[in-house]
Design a protein around this ligand. Structure first.
Ligand code: C2E
Ligand code: CA
Ligand code: CA
Ligand code: CA
Length: 278
């Protein structure tokens, strides 16, 4: 039994090493990708559930490998968070999103908001507002075209400080959305104090809309949001039945594969031209 325990320990150690190696490989890949400009931004439309009109889009980072393959953020964001590289990735995404949207506005193709995700590490930067100011100035994008998505987990790390940062961002004209709402622990007392514009209901609740419990949950979230004067966005909407149910439950905006997967800036540009002609 003793030797078995020792073996298990060895195995565990080995697994740990493999993890560390994998981590280091990804860290190096990210560094290389930042240097060679391999990060790009995909866009997923957000639609008004009643009119079907495009109201905005979410910018989602992708790692574009030289061979043309795409690496999804799930495989590198957690490590980039740990190493702090997410700060630089976030800056790249923000700059690219602002550039793209400025172009679409100038071309008369778009007049809404682009939503960019902010990681906890970015949100905690003491110079976050100045960094965003600089990117907006550089790209000549008016601040009201920018929305920032911040998760419940991020703001709850230090709610008082978060409120101050959020107020500064709002004072500059940006919109703020609470992302993945319902998956964290924000107390209602805090929710009331956060200067938000939007609540995004997480996909796990949308997946659950075919159960009475799930519908009740979404109903409750929408009611809370409306009491606080917030717009509700449902993410991860895949089926017509979900759209119909969300409409019944008074959710205003939908985002999901039902309408479109995230697409490249080029494809989004084509899409904007197509809907304009209609
Ligand atoms: P998120 O912010 O909750 O973004 C929504 C995710 O759901 C996206 O995954 C999107 O592609 C996916 N999605 C949208 N509609 C559907 C649907 O109908 N069905 C399914 N199955 N999935 C759907 P993605 O692009 O892989 O991003 C995953 C997460 O990575 C994001 O979750 C966000 O937390 C993070 N992320 C992505 N881009 C950035 C970024 O630029 N900065 C930061 N900090 N995080 C990012
Ligand atoms: Ca998001
Ligand atoms: Ca989300
Ligand atoms: Ca989510």
């Amino acid at each position: 039994a003793k030797s078995q325990g020792a073996n298990r320990f060895l195995f565990f150690n080995d697994a740990m090493n493999q993890l560390a190696v994998k981590r280091l490989q990804i860290e190096n890949l990210i560094r290389y990708g930042l240097k060679e400009d391999f990060f790009c931004v995909y866009y997923q439309p957000k639609l008004d559930i009643i009119t079907g009109q495009l109201v905005g889009m979410e910018a989602l980072v992708r790692f574009n490998t030289p061979k043309g393959g795409l690496i999804s953020p799930a495989s590198f964001i957690p490590i980039a968070e740990e190493t702090g590289q997410i700060i630089e990735i976030g800056e790249v995404v923000l700059r690219k999103a602002c550039q793209d949207v400025k172009r679409w506005i100038d071309q008369g193709l778009f007049d809404g908001r682009v939503a960019v995700n902010l990681s906890s590490r970015q949100f905690a930067l003491p110079f976050l507002c100045e960094q965003i100011d600089q990117i907006l100035q550089e790209t000549e994008l008016p601040s009201y075209h920018l929305e920032l998505e911040i998760t419940e987990g991020t703001v709850m790390q230090s709610p008082k400080l978060a409120i101050e940062t959020m107020k500064k961002l709002r004072a500059r004209g940006m919109h703020l959305a609470m992302d993945d709402f319902g998956t964290g622990y924000s107390s209602l007392a805090y929710l009331k104090q956060f200067p938000l514009n939007t609540l995004k209901i997480d996909k796990i609740f949308i997946d659950d809309l075919n159960t009475a419990r799930g519908r009740n949950m979404v109903d409750t979230i929408v009611t809370i949001a409306h009491n606080l004067n917030l717009t509700v966005v449902a993410e991860g909407v895949e089926q017509l039945e979900q759209v119909e149910m969300l409409h019944k439950l008074r959710c205003q905006i939908i985002q999901g594969y039902y309408y479109s997967k995230p697409i490249s800036a080029n494809d989004f540009s084509t899409f904007l031209q197509e809907i304009k002609q209609k």
